[in-house]
Design a protein around this ligand. Structure first.
Ligand SMILES: [Zn+2]
Length: 411
């Protein structure tokens, strides 16, 4: 194992280092004296650790901020562009790759189309090739890449880093962590995509400050990432949050999972498309017909949103129906997990109020008590990049999170 690579990650993980690093990160810049005050560490301890962090290139000094006359205090900031993390979002039809800095800002990204003819081995090779290419294109030394996070649709064993089942790609039991660490010599973290998204939102998006958070990814599939007491909730074998495969219509259409009437068959991408095509085949007048120009494959969340924005009744109705189904699932989730906040992300969530308003209405109507009815429901703060940033956050959260100290081996 390339110990210097593991080392760059490891060196951030002693108890007080992480504590201080995270305070520097979350404040955006802070003086040594303020750190000592906030952490209750002694000033000499803070000075020592700050020197180490400066030497390691993790923080930099600057002069800024309020000064009450006299000398301006020296501020410590994260040296965010000195180390990088790779985030990978494995979707149904494409894999997205990004290089982010230590503040989850995307430096470079790339997208590779895939289809279900891809084998498990092809999949591993694509990831290796693209990560190497990304590092090369960004012209960063390889030892500046401190970790890789992968958000993967389907069922994942995150502790072993194995993609157990990706139904839409028909891939099974890929030991991603083992294979990629062997080839690329950096720590690899693998998580279900909705869970990675929830973590990303809680660190860098609209979930900052919410300890009990559920993030729902609405795209081709529908999945929920559940964060309780700031910890991801995975269930016994990683199935928790698979709300897309909870039943919404007992007599419904067949789902990719083999069951009938799953939530994603009525409120996921294909459900929306089916609803539009059904109405068009009944002769309904709609702008969608003009927009697709005879090609039903053009029906997408984005196209429906475009029609809805122009006042198309059918498009608005399709989002409203999907929103009601999702709203019912959200109400169920509120009654099961009682989160303080729900974040709606994924491609279809870009329809904004067309989808979110009906979700909120259902929750207002059906949640059990006043507080539950008032559960905050917002759109993703990270938008199109939520899954990518979420994947990178799998590594970043571990690096900055104090609670991980001495509890987890890195490799
Ligand atoms: Zn299903």
């Amino acid at each position: 194992m390339a110990s210097h690579l593991v080392g760059s990650f490891q060196l951030m993980k002693s108890l007080n280092r992480s504590l201080i690093l995270n305070i520097i990160r979350s404040t955006g810049g802070i003086s040594r004296a303020e750190i000592a005050k906030k952490t209750k560490l002694t000033p000499p301890t803070v000075t020592n650790i700050a020197s180490e962090l400066l030497n390691d290139g993790l923080v930099v000094e600057g002069q800024q901020g309020p000064s009450s006359g006299g000398r301006k205090p020296i501020i410590l900031r994260i040296n965010s562009r000195n180390f990088f993390v790779a985030g990978i979002d494995v979707g149904v039809s494409k894999i997205r790759f990004a290089l982010t800095d230590l503040e989850a800002q995307i430096v470079l990204q790339n997208t590779i189309p895939i289809d279900d003819s891809m084998t498990e081995e092809d999949f591993v090779q694509i990831i290796i090739r693209e990560i190497l290419r990304l590092v090369e294109t960004a012209a960063i030394p390889k030892d500046k890449l401190i970790g890789i996070g992968i958000g993967m649709h389907g069922i994942v064993n995150s502790s072993k880093g194995v993609a157990l089942f990706a139904p839409n790609l028909n891939l099974k039991n890929i030991p991603l962590k083992e294979r990629l660490e062997e080839e690329l010599l950096v720590p690899v973290r693998v998580e279900n995509d909705a869970r990675a998204m929830a973590l990303g939102e809680s660190w860098f998006g609209n979930g900052v400050g919410a300890e009990d958070l559920i993030c729902i990814n609405v795209g081709y599939g529908i999945g929920a990432g559940i964060l309780m007491n700031n910890e991801l909730f995975r269930g016994r074998h990683g199935l928790a949050g698979e709300i897309g495969h909870t039943v919404a219509d007992l007599n419904g259409t067949k789902c990719t999972c083999g069951n009938y009437g799953c939530l994603q068959t009525v409120a996921g991408h294909d459900g929306l498309k089916r609803a539009a095509m059904r109405e068009i085949s009944f002769g309904r007048k709609t702008l969608i017909t003009d927009l697709i120009n005879g090609d039903e494959n053009k029906i997408s969340g984005e196209l429906l949103h475009k029609a809805a924005l122009q006042g198309d009744e059918l498009a608005i109705e399709i989002f409203r129906d999907a929103g009601r189904y999702i709203g019912t699932a959200v109400t169920n989730l509120i009654h099961i997990m009682n989160p303080s906040k729900i974040i709606i992300g994924g491609g279809i969530s870009k329809a904004g109020p067309f989808l979110l308003d009906p979700i909120r209405e259902v929750v207002k109507q059906r949640a059990l008590d006043e507080e539950a009815k008032e559960t905050v429901i917002v759109q993703s703060g990270l938008g199109d990049e939520a899954a990518l940033i979420g994947a990178a956050t799998l590594v970043l959260a571990e690096m900055f999170a104090v609670q991980y100290q001495n509890q987890k081996e890195i490799l």
